[in-house]
Design a binder for this molecule. Sequence first.
Ligand code: PBG
Length: 327
Amino acid sequence: MSFPFVRGRRLRTSAAVRAMVTETHLSPSDFIAPLFVMEGEGIKEEIKGMPGYYRYSIDLLLEEVKEIYALGISSALLFAKAADDKKDNAGTEAFNPDGLMQRTARAIKSSTPEICLMTDVALDPYSSYGHDGIVKGEEIDNDSTNEVLAKMSVSHAQAGADFVAPSDMMDGRIGKIREALEKEGYVNTGIMAYSAKYASCFYGPFRNALDSAPGFGDKKTYQMNPTNSREAIHEILLDVEEGADIVMVKPAVAYLDIIKLAQQNVNVPISAYHVSGEYAMIKAAAEKGWVNEEEAMLETLIGIKRAGADLIATYYAKTAAEYLRGK
Ligand code: PBG
């Protein structure tokens, strides 16, 4: 049976009907708010390439976390900007119990204990080479990096992290991290694995935020080739098997098909990272008056959720939550 008996427009006749048949809903608890912390006091610095997004010293970051949580955002993902003199090729600062990351995690968990705090686990902010692992010759050495990532994860758990979020793409690191957490008694510390993380140009502004761009070469020997989708499922299934509680696809907008595939292939929650360059593109077009920022933001986030993401890490978390609150 078809036209005129079937008319798609009947379900679009009024705002009430459109609301009744809305398939995808956004809620503040879908969002993970990325946070950047730096040393100092009273500092709130705008990040180059990320208009309206800031790096904070611990004191001001604590206020920001309170606001985020009050808006209904359940989770924050913490990145620390290491000072240049703390960088080496062994990731020593990464597991320093008094490092910036660990101090910030403790401070957040004592001022806003209810928030689910996730911490970034990767060596690039601490690496004199700006790579996510230990450099040997021209190579990023997998297995010695895993040892450091495991120690780093335990130090984050000790500092109060609810989830660790390994963003490095070394092979086997989820299993090594899980094993170390279990051994130290952190059986309830979760792992959100960046399982299908692509070697993407859209990370540029983030690398400004942490001053972490690779000093030589690129990240193509560990991050995935953007042409591949079956490989993403292979990586995701391995991480689930090794003990990942949540798996991530990153970036989000250029990889909506991968999010969908992930949803069809695993039964753990799926997160997607709407990355810095994807945020920057909306900001830039809006600044030029070419798109409406609020509409572009909402349509993008809805698209990511509709593709199958349960959680979205996005620099728009706060703005979107404010919009949803105001509705
Ligand atoms: C590095 C890391 C990156 C991002 C998160 N963790 C950049 C990279 O891999 O070079 C990017 C996030 C963004 O662009 O918003 N471990």
